[in-house]
Design a protein around this ligand. Structure first.
Ligand code: SF4
Length: 469
């Protein structure tokens, strides 16, 4: 079948904003459909437009047998009203072409998504590449009754079938040839000169921090170390990929898995480097050294706060005393340590946030990032309220800003965020250290370019502007 696989824009109004993450799940779904013999046209409208007529035009240009619309993707949540408008527009433009949503959701959250999208006729969910292949097989046969992980709108209401149990090792290498990874956002701590290739070793997370986008998704599921190494080798072979981002929301849940993975990666003897995101209570010096020996150059620690009460109220279950040892262990192993902070956790206060910023600066990580907590409307918490409108494309955490009880309007949170960036990045000691590093690194030109791009990003965020590439 000819498949139009569409990633909708996060917004249909306001200025266009470059997405920071490629639509990873869409690329996996596209690869699975191609492997099953279908032809796939993948369009990431988030890269192109905020206008419905452009989306309709793109769809109309290519004749297809079925339209699949991503309901969300890796670090991409789309406001239901935007998504519903897009779906309505596509159905109006091609009323005879079957249209289904696609998303990595559980059965209950898929039902909720169908309820929030009254124009959507049906949706595949679960681990979506498997459900999508089953859907297309069933469409070809004209009988949808055996498809697992399918929600359908019928006259009697919404029906759902449980998604099948799957082995992620059967999941294909994403169809990155259908997208240009160079088009996506840049992060100072992850991007040397070349393109960064995302790889998912697992999906989901066993923890349940209340703001996190993994909420509402299927349970944590992992691939085998060899399957992940095979994907890295394949991307290196196919595209000459050198720099990888292990994009798991939480890389390294199991220590033995990481050690096994690193051993296999080392044995592959590739000239590559990689980064990942993890928790400080999952790290020690030996593990950091094992990762460094396997090509890891950068670890982002999801710390969020050094206020134990706020961490507890947010469901983070992290001991703040683990943060500094982990940062030091990473740096001792030669890795760059990045600390990620959330401003506005339930139970936090303006003073608590300032103390977290003080503490992070004192630890001297290589980089830090500061986000205002943003959550979809369903993620309510008794210790605060949603403030402001839905921010879609601008941040890694789409949704409404969340203000804990001790905070006033959203502007107060944004002010603290800008102040955090200014305090961390515009310190003479930080700038001096980074400048000194240029001359210590083997390739001073590459390092200087990286630093210049990072500085531009940090300054624009300190000023509260949307960073450009
Ligand atoms: S530990 Fe990280 S990935 Fe897991 S739920 Fe919390 S914020 Fe999300």
């Amino acid at each position: 079948m000819r498949v139009q696989l569409l990633c909708p824009p996060p917004s249909l109004e306001g200025a266009w904003i470059r997405p920071r993450h490629a639509p990873h799940h869409a690329a996996i779904v596209a690869a699975a459909l191609r492997d099953a013999g279908h032809s796939v046209h993948l369009i990431d409208e988030a890269l192109k437009t905020t206008h419905l007529r452009d989306v309709q035009g793109d769809c109309a240009r290519d004749a297809c047998d079925v339209v699949l619309v991503m309901q969300g993707d890796y670090n991409r949540a789309i406001q239901p009203v935007v998504l519903d408008t897009v779906i309505r527009g596509l159905l109006a433009a091609a009323p005879d072409t079957p249209l289904f949503g696609v998303s990595r959701l559980r059965e209950d959250t898929a039902r909720g998504a169908m309820e929030a999208l009254p124009s959507l006729p049906g949706m595949v969910f679960g681990e979506p590449e498997f459900s999508a292949v089953a859907l297309l097989d069933a469409l070809a046969k004209g009988d949808l009754s055996g498809v697992g992980g399918l929600a359908l709108r019928t006259e009697a209401g919404i029906t759902t079938t449980p998604p099948p149990a799957v082995d992620l090792d059967d999941s294909p290498v994403p169809a990155w040839d259908l997208l240009d990874l160079a088009d996506y956002g840049f992060r100072p701590h992850q991007g040397p000169e070349d393109v960064t290739w995302p790889v998912l070793a697992s999906r989901g997370c066993p923890y349940s921090c209340f703001w996190c986008e993994v909420q509402g998704r299927p349970a944590w599921i992992t691939r085998s170390p060899q399957a992940v190494v095979d994907e890295v080798i394949e991307l290196h072979r196919r595209y000459g990929a050198r720099t990888f981002f292990l994009a798991d929301p939480l890389f390294g849940v199991k220590r033995a898995w990481v050690i096994d993975f690193c051993g296999r990666l080392r044995d592959a003897s590739l000239d590559i480097q990689w980064s990942c995101m993890t928790r400080t209570d999952h790290c020690d010096r030996e593990l950091m050294q094992t990762m460094a020996d396997a090509g890891c150059i950068n670890v982002l620690f999801g710390v969020e706060s050094l206020n134990p009460y706020a961490l507890e109220r947010a469901g983070k279950s992290l001991d703040p005393d683990t943060v500094e040892p982990a940062v030091k262990a990473a740096q001792a192993a030669g890795l760059e340590a990045v600390v990620s902070v959330m401003i506005g956790l339930p139970g936090d206060t303006p003073g608590g946030v300032e103390r977290t910023i003080d503490g992070v600066i004192a630890m001297e990580p290589d980089y830090a990032q500061f986000f205002v907590v943003q959550v979809p409307p369903a993620a309510k918490h008794p210790d605060g309220r949603l403030v402001g409108g839905w921010e879609g494309g601008r941040f890694d955490f789409p949704g409404h800003a969340f203000a804990p009880e001790a905070f006033g309007p959203e502007a107060q949170l944004r002010r603290l965020q800008r102040r955090a960036y200014r305090r961390f990045y515009l310190r003479p000691s930080f700038i001096g250290r980074k400048a000194g590093r240029i001359w210590k690194r083997g390739d001073a030109r590459v390092e200087a370019k990286r630093l210049a791009r990072g500085a531009r990003l940090a300054v624009s965020m300190a000023l509260g502007r949307q960073p450009s590439r």
